[in-house]
Design a protein around this ligand. Structure first.
Ligand SMILES: *[C@@H]1O[C@H](CO)[C@@H](O)[C@H](O)[C@H]1NC(C)=O
Ligand SMILES: *[C@@H]1O[C@H](CO)[C@@H](O)[C@H](O)[C@H]1NC(C)=O
Length: 120
């Protein structure tokens, strides 16, 4: 358990470092830094399951409020996809249930094969 916590913390640090320095902003107002901040509390659920932390649902709602435009949704989709790819053991089916579990459905699903340029 302690070991998982240490590894989890290390993944989050790597994720933050990579995404905060990724200039992934096109015309959107949302940034990968914001997406990471909002969704970091969801990482333990995405890897280990269990109950969804309230901070995670707050992040999901915040994300859905922030991704108002097509560009925002495409950017956020790419950020989530890039971030999730850095987390060993992430369960895509599980993270794609978060919108419904939190009562704030995400307008797209994120899988490694998702083409975020086609999100509308
Ligand atoms: C998204 O829309 C809401 C309400 O329409 C607005 O308050 C908010 O500022 C918008 N967010 C962005 C990032 O444009
Ligand atoms: C993603 O979709 C865009 C727009 O339809 C297309 O131009 C692009 O080639 C697609 N990328 C991949 C990897 O399929």
């Amino acid at each position: 358990m302690a070991r998982s916590a240490v590894c989890g913390a290390a993944f989050i640090v790597v994720l933050l470092c990579v995404l905060l320095t990724t200039p992934y902003v096109i015309n959107a107002t949302i940034t990968c830094g914001q997406v990471v901040t909002l969704l970091t509390p969801c990482i333990p659920f995405g890897v280990y399951g269990g109950t969804v932390p309230p901070e995670c649902c707050a992040g999901i709602k915040g994300l859905n409020d922030a991704q108002n435009t097509t560009e925002d949704r495409r950017t956020a989709c790419s950020c989530i996809q890039l971030g999730a790819a850095l987390i060993p053991g992430i369960d895509y089916d599980r993270i794609n249930t978060l919108g419904d579990r939190c009562g704030s459905p995400c307008p797209y699903k994120v899988y490694p094969s998702t083409n975020c340029s086609e999100v509308s």
